[in-house]
Structures are given as C-alpha cells and as structure tokens.
Design a protein around this ligand. Structure first.
Ligand code: 5GP
Ligand code: MN
Length: 340
C-alpha cells in the first residue's frame, strides 16, 4: 500500500483553485477503468468546470451506457483535442494503471505535461511518475480506491446515484461478479454502500452482461468447440485466434473478454491463455488458479504483467511464433503448475 497524503489537492479542490482536470486510464479500458474514471468525473464536476475523461483507445460497447460516457474523448478519434487538454490541464488523474507505457502515445504527453499527476491504482509494481499516489494492490478495483478517496477526504454524501452506478460497475467486473480472490469484506461492504447510494445491481448486471451480439456468442461456441487446446502435462488450456477468425465473427472491441475464463473453468487446469492476433500486435490474456503467478510468466516472456491470477501480455512476433513460444516456455513452469 502506498498512499501519500492528498491533503494539498483536496484543499485546492475545496477552495475551487483548480481550473481544468483530465482523467485518463489504460489502453482498451475495461469496466473498472471506465467505471472509475466516470465515477471520479461525476464527483469532480462539483468542484471544477473543465473536467474531461480522455481514453487512449476505444472500448467495449457494453460500457457506453455508463453515466457521462457521451462526454468521453478518445485519443484515437480526437488526437489534437486530447493532446491540448492534457497540455493545459492543472491536474491529471491516472486511473487503473501505473506505468505510462500502458497508455500508448498518451504516456509521453502525460509525462511532459505541466499538470500535477495523481495515480489511483491497484496493479503491482507502480512506476513513480505521480505527485500524488493512491495505490493499494490489495484493493479489488480502482473503483474501490476512488470511493475510499472520496469518502475519506470529502464524505460519502458526495456519492450520487450516477457515481455509485459507475463505481459498482468496476467493483463487479474486476472481481468477476464478486468471485475472484480480490473480493474482500471491504469490497462487499462497499458494494452494499454503493447500493444504498443508488446503484441498481440488476440494471448494471443486465447492461454489462445481457447485451452480447449473436456473432460474439457464436465466436465463443466456435472457440470452445474447435480451438480449445489442452496441454495436460502442464495443466494448461490454450485458445488462439487468427485475423480471419476475428473477421469471420465480426469481432469488436471487448468481444473476446471472458473467453479465457472458460479454459480455467476446467477441472485440473491451472493456467489458461488466450492469444489473439490484433494486427498491430499479438495480445495475450492469462488466468491462473491458486498461487501460480501468471503475471511473472507474462512479464518474463511477453512484455506484460498484471495480477497473480489475471495478467496480460503481448508480442510483435507472428501469431504462430507467439503460440510456439508459449507452448515452449510453459514447460519451464511445469513443476509449479503441477503442484497446484
Ligand atoms: P486482460 O487479460 O483482461 O486484458 O488483463 C488482465 C489483467 O492484466 C488486467 O489487470 C490488466 O491490467 C493486466 N494486463 C493486461 N495486459 C497487460 C500488459 O500488456 N501489461 C501489463 N503490465 N499488464 C497487463
Ligand atoms: Mn482494475
């Protein structure tokens, strides 16, 4: 846990001394990234007129219903406007990531910006680039940390139903519906608090999970029926998808989220990996059970990282070469995998 005081920032906000704020988050933002940025955005609007959420890329359509989404700026769509906002901001909040390399070209713009930077995050090994760091890798989600910051520094009465809705979304998605080992008593109490502040868990759940396209469901069926491979000697499950397959199922941003969990749901499987050819690079998702450190494998061999049981990585090799490399290196972890 690394939480240094934000007292000077809180004072400046309370005294209305801050004119402009940018809130940003990681590449291909997920439910926690968008929930935390839009929750914080809803809160900061009370204190600052010019506050804007800027994402490095697009994100899944099942997050578009979040309150405030219509005001989000996407750097890929509006690079000049976003660069301008970042250069002129007094304060930049960096949410749900802790290395500037995670936000592509935005990272450089944020690094050189004159603004004071605030990091609110729960991933391992934070880089020191922020003036204020509100970091706890034991927090379930960045939404949990945003709520704690607002409640402890300003009072939970500032949490409106819209803010509660955004924050509950990140809590729910980052814990896999309160089932992963990052779900703590604190998380569940917070979920209850957010319901009392107006988050409707049924509506949120339906908006996130009951909106998939037929193509996406068929992609899941195809992947499980035709593409799932098992390496029993290493208790590992693997799915990889090439560009033709992605095209065939009209895969949109966010459509492959959750697919990697099916491999992990198998009895006797400890590590599941999904490898996707995303044209500009090959993207990997890792999930593991027990103590197996998926983030170590991701960081040692695939320029990645994340949490012990949920990590990601990438490769600039071809899909075939990346799959071959994975199938080779996983044997190095055989003993660790078999021990679980
Ligand atoms: P996902 O598989 O859902 O994309 O990512 C799982 C976890 O790994 C997330 O917590 C995410 O932040 C982290 N992660 C995903 N891709 C990368 C990456 O390229 N580098 C690092 N350091 N972490 C990643
Ligand atoms: Mn998160």
């Amino acid at each position: 846990m690394l939480i240094n005081t934000t007292a000077p920032l809180v004072q400046q906000l309370n005294e209305r001394k801050i004119q402009s704020i940018v809130i940003t988050t990681h590449h291909k933002p997920d439910g926690d990234a968008m929930g935390s940025t839009l929750g914080l955005w809803g809160f900061l609007r009370e204190f600052v007129e010019d506050v804007v959420v800027c994402t490095p890329t697009d994100y899944s359509e099942n997050l578009f219903w979040l309150p405030g989404n219509e005001r989000v700026l996407d750097f890929e769509k509006d690079p000049e406007l976003v660069a301008n906002k970042i250069a002129n901001a007094d304060v930049i909040f960096c949410l749900d990531f802790n290395r500037l390399s995670r936000i592509n070209q935005l990272g450089h713009l944020v690094r050189v910006a004159r603004a004071e930077k605030v990091m609110i995050d729960h991933h391992l090994e934070p880089e020191e680039f922020a003036h204020y760091t509100y970091w706890n890798h034991e927090a379930s989600s960045t939404c949990e940390l945003v709520y704690q910051w607002i409640a402890s520094q300003f009072g939970a009465n500032h949490v409106s139903p819209s803010i509660a809705t955004c924050l509950y979304t990140g809590l729910m998605t980052d814990t896999g519906n309160f089932q992963h080992n990052n779900t703590t008593p604190v998380t569940l109490r917070l979920a209850a608090d957010l319901m009392e502040h107006g988050a409707d868990h049924l509506v949120i759940h339906a908006n996130i999970y009951d909106v998939f396209s037929l193509d996406r469901s068929r992609l899941f069926g195809y992947s499980l029926y035709k593409k799932l491979e098992i390496i029993p000697e290493c208790k590992t499950a693997l799915i990889y998808l090439d560009r033709d397959e992605l095209r065939k199922f009209n895969v949109q941003t966010g459509d492959t989220e959750g697919l990697v969990n099916f491999g992990l749901g198998l009895k006797d499987i400890v590590l599941s990996v999904l490898i996707i050819d995303r044209t500009e690079r090959v993207k990997m998702s890792f999930r593991s059970k027990g103590d197996f450190p998926a983030n170590e494998l991701a960081s040692k061999y695939f320029e990645g990282g994340g949490h012990r049981n949920a990590a990601g990585g990438q490769s600039t090799d071809t899909l075939e070469a990346t799959v071959a490399k994975f199938k080779k290196v996983v044997w190095e972890y055989r003993n660790q995998l078999l021990a679980i």
